[in-house]
Every structure is written in C-alpha cells, then in structure tokens.
Design a protein around this ligand. Structure first.
Ligand code: ADP
Length: 328
C-alpha cells in the first residue's frame, strides 16, 4: 500500500494556506487511499526564535485542528515529531550524506536567514540543516508520497537526492519519495502582499486568514485584500496576483477552476464578497468540530500518545537499518 507522510510546523496559528494547500487533501483524499502519517513537526519550530510554552500549546492546537478537519486517527497516524526519537537519530546520518552547499541553496533557508539577519538576529545552525531533519521525517517511514504545498517541493527534491545517494553509497535502505502538491491552491498568497505566500510565521495578521478566525474577521480581511490596478476580473498570476489569488481561493473552496470563475465577475467587490462567503462556509464545520474537541483534551492527548507509539514502531526498523548499512 502507498505510504504518505506530511507535517505541519507549530510556529503559529494554522492558516487558510495550510488548510487548502495541505490539510484538506490529507483529510478528504490521502487518508482514504493510503497508509498516512501526519506529524506536528515541533523540532522544526525550534529553528527560529520561539517561546517553549507556546510551541507546546501550538502543537496541541494543531493536533486538535487536524482532527477537527476530519483526519481520523482510526485511518491515519497523527503524532508529535519530538515524541519519536527516530527522526533526530536519522537526521544526523543524513547530515553526513548531505553537503553544506545543497543546504545553502534552499530558497526557504535563503529567505528566512536573510530576514533574521535583517532584524539583527543570528541564524541558528538548525535553520540550515532543517532539510536533513525533514528528509529524516519522510525517509524514516518508507514514504512514497509527500503531499505538500509548492513551497516545500524543493525540500522534497533534496530528500530524494539524499535517499538516492545514501542507497548508492551504503546499499538499498530508503524508498525514494515524491512530492504530490494539490492541483488547486498549492500556493495561497498573502492578502496584503500577493506576491509572497500566506505563511503562519509572518507577523502581519491582517493579511492572513487563520482557521480559527471568526466569520466577521475572515470577511473583513478578505474585503480588505489588496487587488490590482485595473478593474477587470482576469486570472493572470503574474500580472494580477491579488485578483488571481482570490480566484484561486474561491475555486478551491467551491470547486471549478479560477480562470472559468473569472468570467462570472464584473467587479472586484463582488469577487471579494463571494470569496469571503466561501471561506466562511469552508471553515464553519472545522471550527464547530474544533470547539467540541477543545472540551476533550484528554482525547487529543491519547490520540497523540497512540500515534507516537505506532510511528515509532514503523520508523525504528528503517532507522536501525540505516545505522547498520553505514556499518555502525
Ligand atoms: P507555514 O509556512 O505555514 O509555517 P508549514 O511549513 O507548517 O507552513 O507547512 C504545512 C503545510 O502547509 C505544508 O504542506 C505547506 O506546503 C502547506 N502550506 C503552507 N503555507 C501554504 C500556502 N500559503 N499555500 C499552500 N500551502 C501552504
């Protein structure tokens, strides 16, 4: 059976980008067709400035939201990365097959380290080696497919390179995985700066729709979204990034394709209003279920405990095998 692994970082509140680019596909499609593991990758949250208590709180919140989004612990394994030692154990071996040059080429490293330096801060070494840990997350489970948004495909490519290199050097050990981004909304853009992605770690909350935003807040943010000069509603990502982003969000919520939808609108105002309604409708059931689950924290803890146990049992043979293959 196909095996799927994907993760989400507890670095902030989950966004509409996380939902449309990843979680929805995990819940609606992936867990039903493949053996799936979904991890709250908390070790990755330590690569940037963080507050320890907050990482823990956000991990529980992310787990609750995954369950509220329809991920069924009877079908998929949901767990917290740091509960399974195999990730860190394997990451070190992969750092020993990777080169610093290939790590430095990663777009996310370049962007995040530049931002950190611009703020006068220092860059943690783990931000550079992040892709080795991500590769370990994936390879430890013999993963075939990694459903991630567009922003992560470069890291999955590197994971493939490391798997192939390790196999060539030390003998067949890892399955070589591939990224499977969603067909629509693989890159939801920021509402105020539609040339950069809607990311939960950005600070300007007004430009990001969070999964737990109240309906009025969602409406306000979408109605205030930056649109492009001109007034015609056309789908053109390069020339009209703002309007195209709204069309993509609307298409992802309601089905259909953004280009076809553009014909139905004569003004930006009508498009924004319909997009806001569609997002509110999309989030409503997730928010309702989240409220119910918030009353059952012991249930969420139990799901995570069992998830870690299952994940450990799957990862250990592969990671032990990698140590043996290297001759340790
Ligand atoms: P973030 O950038 O929000 O910290 P994560 O690294 O936790 O995201 O990613 C969780 C999943 O959500 C990944 O599969 C990622 O590709 C996807 N994702 C994150 N932001 C977006 C976005 N703006 N559009 C589409 N998918 C996204």
């Amino acid at each position: 059976m196909t095996r799927i692994f994907s993760g989400i970082k507890p670095t902030g509140h989950l966004t509409l980008g996380n939902y449309l680019g990843a979680i929805r596909q995990w819940a609606e499609v992936d867990q039903h067709r493949a053996e799936s593991l979904f991890s709250i990758v908390d070790l990755h949250a330590l690569t940037v400035d963080h507050d320890p208590g907050r990482v823990r709180r956000l991990s529980r919140q992310a787990a609750t939201l995954l369950l509220a989004s329809g991920i069924d612990p009877g079908l998929a394994t949901v767990f917290v990365q740091s509960h399974v030692d195999e990730h860190a154990r394997l990451s070190y071996l992969l750092e020993c097959v990777a080169t610093d040059g290939e790590m430095r080429r990663m777009i996310q490293y370049k962007e995040k380290s530049a931002r950190e330096r611009a703020r006068g801060g220092s860059v943690r070494l783990s931000l550079l080696t992040y892709p080795a840990l991500m590769a370990a997350d994936i390879l430890a489970y013999g993963t075939d497919e990694v459903p991630v948004g567009d922003d992560q495909t470069q890291h999955v490519e590197l994971t493939r390179d490391l798997a192939v290199r390790f196999n060539q050097r030390y003998g067949q050990t890892f399955v070589v995985p591939r990224a499977t981004p969603p067909k629509v909304a693989a890159r939801v853009m920021d509402l105020q700066d539609p040339t950069s992605k809607m990311g939960k770690s950005h600070e300007a909350g007004g430009s990001i729709v969070y999964l737990l935003d109240e309906p009025e807040v969602v409406r306000k943010k979408i109605l205030r979204a930056v649109t492009d000069s001109g007034s015609e509603v056309v789908y053109d990502r390069a020339a009209r990034p703002g309007v195209s982003n709204l069309l993509e969000i609307l298409a992802a919520c309601r089905g259909g394709n953004p280009e076809a939808l553009s014909g139905a609108y004569e003004s930006y105002g009508a498009l924004k209003s319909d997009t806001a309604d569609a997002v509110v409708e999309l989030l409503r059931p997730v928010q309702e279920r989240h409220k119910e689950l918030m009353a059952e924290p012991a249930y969420v803890e139990e799901v995570l405990r069992r998830g870690a146990e299952q994940a450990r049992a799957m990862a250990k043979p592969t990671v032990d095998g990698a140590y043996r293959a290297i001759g340790l």
